[in-house]
Ligand binder design. Structure first.
Ligand SMILES: O=P(O)(O)OC[C@H]1O[C@H](OP(=O)(O)OP(=O)(O)O)[C@H](O)[C@@H]1O
Ligand SMILES: NC(=O)CC[C@H](N)C(=O)O
Ligand code: SF4
Ligand SMILES: [Mg+2]
Length: 517
């Protein structure tokens, strides 16, 4: 995913590291606006040998692809003090958490966040986790997602006499948690009760980590729109997950890929609507809140297509295996005569491998990608600027010269990437270039936390495949069907069919819940 783009729907002027006012070096590409959350609670009698702040920091680094604007870590000693330890800042995780910051963050439990803004500007005031001081001590919150009814919820909070200091929907969640549900809670903190009240007020989209003095609650919205999973750090020498008591720490993360980098084992996904509690005594489910409409969950299908790291596991299968399967489906749906198969790196590569295996055509790399060019500012109107996204890539001429090539990418959004790449490959001698896209045409905006441009900006709303092929200089162009994508996701899924469902709103225009924007 590209670090370059960031726009916020709700807030003031974005003046952050990659804010709206920053001149763009390259035209925008792809989808943006995710966030990553990571939490850790040391197991057993505190203090332990577990360096919780380090674990959270490393966990966040493994989630860096989900957000690159700002990050933060909040820890607690768990001894009932008035304050948490907090460090937040703009930019990449490795630039924010230096030795001094890590020293201050020592604690027995902690949560962290890495952000792509959706609901307020990319500025330090909106960095997460948020901390609020309540009648029952400090509370901290990290949120991935975007509330579909934020406007209405904001009005309710104002009506109860509460002011908010930012435009962030995540701050809105913290204040909503502080409000007593109707009937009150008799002066008790009862965070699980307040979380359930919040879930009744807003259906989606959120995966939340909420930390009080000595525990972390993990919450996935009833539609399971954003991912969340549990892991366990086991003592050395313990095989697999060991026994219930074999735990050095419990961890919770947006994606399971982060467990490998901290030596933790994947336990399971948090279920749609589930509220889990992580404490020094272990993990337990407190409740599972159902969907008001009684329908299926609505997990963002683009987590498989593009957002998540290929080694992350959802529904018992890696994202990589789903992408490979979607490549196989793509060949079955739209075969083409060619000599070689290749991909637009990075996210298109797994599907290209699947396409190659199914078709029997050899896979060959034909492009090198420069990951650093995105942040270089080049004066507009220069000759170099006109190269557009081709500046990101170099062609491997001897691999393509004289060849009929099928080039696979995972998605087309604005259509800025594919045209310059085809030109690059033709200049390198490719005889034919056939484009196959491992997801259906994107036609509708997303209101669940992803920055899908306006309908006018989405190239699939302007050009049918044959016209788009002509526009970008391809010999042919075909997308995977919605059914084909869902079948690819279901192919290796270990979850029961009746327990899983996917949001495909940006492809079909069918939104999981009524929107109030
Ligand atoms: O049609 P467009 O608006 O040009 O966007 C589509 C491209 O954007 C994404 O790639 P990106 O370079 O963002 O990241 P990646 O390295 O993960 O593929 C996606 O994988 C496509 O290649
Ligand atoms: N991308 C996200 O999940 C963002 C979370 C939250 N809406 C924010 O803007 O901070
Ligand atoms: S609309 Fe698209 S990007 Fe948004 S949650 Fe649904 S599948 Fe994901
Ligand atoms: Mg790409």
């Amino acid at each position: 995913m590209d670090a370059l783009q960031s726009r916020s729907r709700g807030g003031g002027a974005g003046a952050g590291a990659a804010g709206a006012s920053e001149p763009a070096a390259l035209p925008p590409t792809g989808l943006t606006h995710e966030c990553g959350v990571f939490g850790c609670v040391a197991a057993g009698d505190w203090p332990t040998q577990m360096d919780v702040a380090q674990v959270v920091c490393l966990g966040l680094i493994a989630l860096q692809h989900r957000g690159q604007e700002s990050a933060g870590i909040v820890t607690s000693k768990g001894t009932g003090g008035h304050n948490f330890n907090v460090c937040k800042g703009m930019g990449l995780i490795s630039n924010i958490f230096n030795n001094e910051a890590m020293e201050k963050l020592k604690g027995n439990l902690g949560i962290g966040h890495t952000r792509y803004s959706t609901a307020a500007a990319s500025e330090v005031i909106n960095c997460q986790p948020f901390v609020v001081h309540t009648a029952y001590g400090p509370l901290s919150l990290a949120h991935n997602g975007e509330l579909v009814n934020a406007k209405e919820l904001r009005a309710q909070v104002y009506d109860r006499g509460v002011g908010l200091s930012t435009h962030s929907d995540s701050e809105l969640i913290t204040q909503t948690l502080c409000l007593d549900p109707p009937g009150g809670l008799g002066g008790r903190p009862d965070w699980p009760g307040r979380i359930k009240h919040l879930m009744a007020l807003t259906p989606m989209a959120y995966s939340l980590l909420i930390m009080d003095n000595d525990r972390v609650y993990g919450v996935r919205d009833p539609y399971g729109n954003r991912p969340l999973c549990l892991g366990k750090v086991v003592p050395e020498g313990v095989q697999g997950l060991g026994r219930e008591s074999d735990a050095d720490a419990w961890v919770i993360s947006s994606e399971s890929c982060s467990f490998q980098s901290i030596g933790a084992r994947f336990v399971r996904e948090v279920l749609p609507g589930e509220i889990v509690e992580l404490s020094k005594d272990g993990v337990k489910t407190l409740d599972t809140v159902g969907r008001a409409d009684g329908g299926l969950p609505s997990f963002c299908i683009f987590e498989f297509v593009y957002f998540s790291r290929p080694d992350t596991i959802y529904e018992g299968q890696t994202v990589y295996s789903v992408r490979k399967e979607s490549g196989r489906m793509l060949w079955r749906e739209s075969p083409v005569e060619a000599d070689i198969v290749s991909s637009v790196p990075e996210s298109g590569t797994a599907a290209a491998h699947g396409f190659a295996r199914e078709s029997g055509l050899p896979f060959t790399e034909v492009l090198c990608k420069n990951r650093y060019v995105g942040r270089t500012f080049i004066q507009p109107n220069t000759r170099l600027r006109k190269l557009g996204v081709a500046m990101k890539f170099g062609a491997l001429a001897e691999e393509v010269a004289g060849k009929r090539l099928v080039l696979i990418d995972d998605s087309i959004v604005r259509g800025n990437t594919i045209g310059p790449i085809i030109k690059l490959l033709r200049d390198a001698g490719a005889k034919e270039v056939h484009i196959r896209i491992a997801s259906p045409p994107l036609k509708f905006p997303c209101y669940m936390g992803i920055n899908i441009p306006t309908r006018e900006e989405l190239v699939a709303n302007k050009l049918e495949p044959a016209d788009l092929a002509a526009h970008v200089g391809a010999d042919s162009l075909a997308y995977l069907s919605v059914d084909g994508l869902v079948q690819a996701v279901r192919h290796g899924a270990k979850s029961k069919k009746e327990d899983s469902g996917y949001c495909t709103a940006c492809l079909t225009g069918e939104y999981p819940v009524k929107l109030n924007w």
